[in-house]
Ligand binder design. Structure first.
Ligand SMILES: CC(C)(COP(=O)(O)OP(=O)(O)OC[C@H]1O[C@@H](n2cnc3c(N)ncnc32)[C@H](O)[C@@H]1OP(=O)(O)O)[C@@H](O)C(=O)NCCC(=O)NCCS
Length: 153
């Protein structure tokens, strides 16, 4: 799984996230997902785990990100989002692929959580080999159940 499906002729740039991306990541996160974080969390994660988060830009517009970090000596994909106008172009696949290859260098497992109703994201994770390890009742604030998914390298 590579980024070749995204990059040729697309004008998109996919690269490691840096501290100065935090503001744009927060804005896109708030536009797309109900799970939001204080700016201090974005800055903390990007500062402490600089290798596992990636961003996709169309010129100076952030159109996607993946936020990767470490919990209990395992990788965690904490957040992933792609702007609605840029979906189905394999941007998420590229972002995830980059983050997972970095995590794989150090960790044996990567975990994530996903809403039971979020089929697009579950399909994406399954494509990478993630499997459902448990279903947590009312995991999300609005009461929706969540799957924990795990990928063992
Ligand atoms: C989930 C999300 C990140 C996917 O982004 P994307 O860039 O459109 O995804 P990609 O183009 O890389 O798709 C990769 C694979 O994911 C799956 N997928 C993506 N969108 C899908 C959809 N709408 N329906 C079904 N499967 C889908 C497919 O398996 C796809 O592979 P394919 O194109 O070969 O069929 C995007 O829809 C999004 O931001 N959703 C809202 C936020 C969210 O749900 N984040 C994850 C929280 S756990």
């Amino acid at each position: 799984m590579s980024c070749q499906t995204v990059q040729p002729d697309s004008g998109l740039q996919i690269r490691k996230a840096i501290l100065s991306d935090a503001g744009n990541m927060d804005l896109l996160n708030r536009k797309i997902l109900p799970e939001n974080y204080p700016m201090s969390d974005w800055l903390f994660v990007l500062g402490k785990y600089p290798s596992y988060s990636f961003v996709a830009y169309d010129e100076d517009k952030l159109v996607g990100y993946v936020l990767g970090l470490v919990v209990s000596n395992e990788g965690l994909i904490a957040s992933l989002a792609v702007d609605k106008d840029y979906r189905r172009r394999h941007i998420a696949e590229c972002l995830m692929g980059q983050s997972l290859s970095e995590l794989k260098k150090t960790f044996h497992n990567v975990k994530l959580n996903v809403r039971v109703g979020n089929t697009p994201a579950q399909n994406l994770y399954t494509k990478f080999g993630f499997t459902k390890s448990k279903c947590e009742k009312s995991y999300y604030q609005d009461g929706e159940d969540g799957y924990e998914m795990i990928l063992a390298f």
